[in-house]
Design a protein. Structure first.
Length: 156
């Protein structure tokens, strides 16, 4: 039996996708800053996902609204803690760091037309801003973006 490095690693980390309007906070700004506090999530399902994120988990960074494409890979550096921007309610945030931009952005159209990705939450729950993705979905998006799994697992 052969076990690929990516299969081994994915036993220890979960994979996620976060959405952000590039006009408000783009991948370029995120990469320049080197770290971001992922605040402002005010959806109960997304909050559950934020609270499930663990240090080292991998995250696809998706530009929503105007671009509709996955543009980069991030990593969770700090697990969920109280969102300092919340004026009421029990909301959480995490800290993310950029790992690498995708070699080629993967558009929503490409994701929708790929049979492997037919069940990805980005299509099924399009309004959700934080969502889990399976390791297979994560790797497929990387492949469509001409980006190796090794790049996702390496540091910046």
């Amino acid at each position: 039996m052969t076990i690929h490095v990516s299969e081994f690693i994915f036993h220890f980390v979960q994979c996620w996708l976060v959405k952000q309007e590039p006009e408000d906070y783009s991948w370029t700004t995120f990469a320049k800053e080197g770290r971001a506090v992922w605040t402002g999530v005010r959806n109960f399902a997304a909050r559950i996902h934020l609270r499930a994120m663990k240090q080292g988990d991998l995250v696809l960074f998706y530009h929503s609204v105007s671009e509709k494409q996955v543009v980069g890979i991030a990593r969770v550096v700090t697990e969920a803690y109280p969102d300092p921007t919340a004026t009421e309610g029990d909301w959480s945030c995490v800290d993310l760091e950029p790992v690498k931009p995708l070699t080629k952005p993967v558009t929503l159209g490409a994701i929708k037309s790929d049979k492997t990705l037919k069940d990805i939450p980005l299509i099924r729950q399009s309004r959700l801003s934080v969502m889990p993705v399976t390791p297979a979905e994560f790797e497929r998006v990387l492949k469509l973006g001409n980006t190796t799994t090794r790049a996702a697992l390496s540091s910046k």
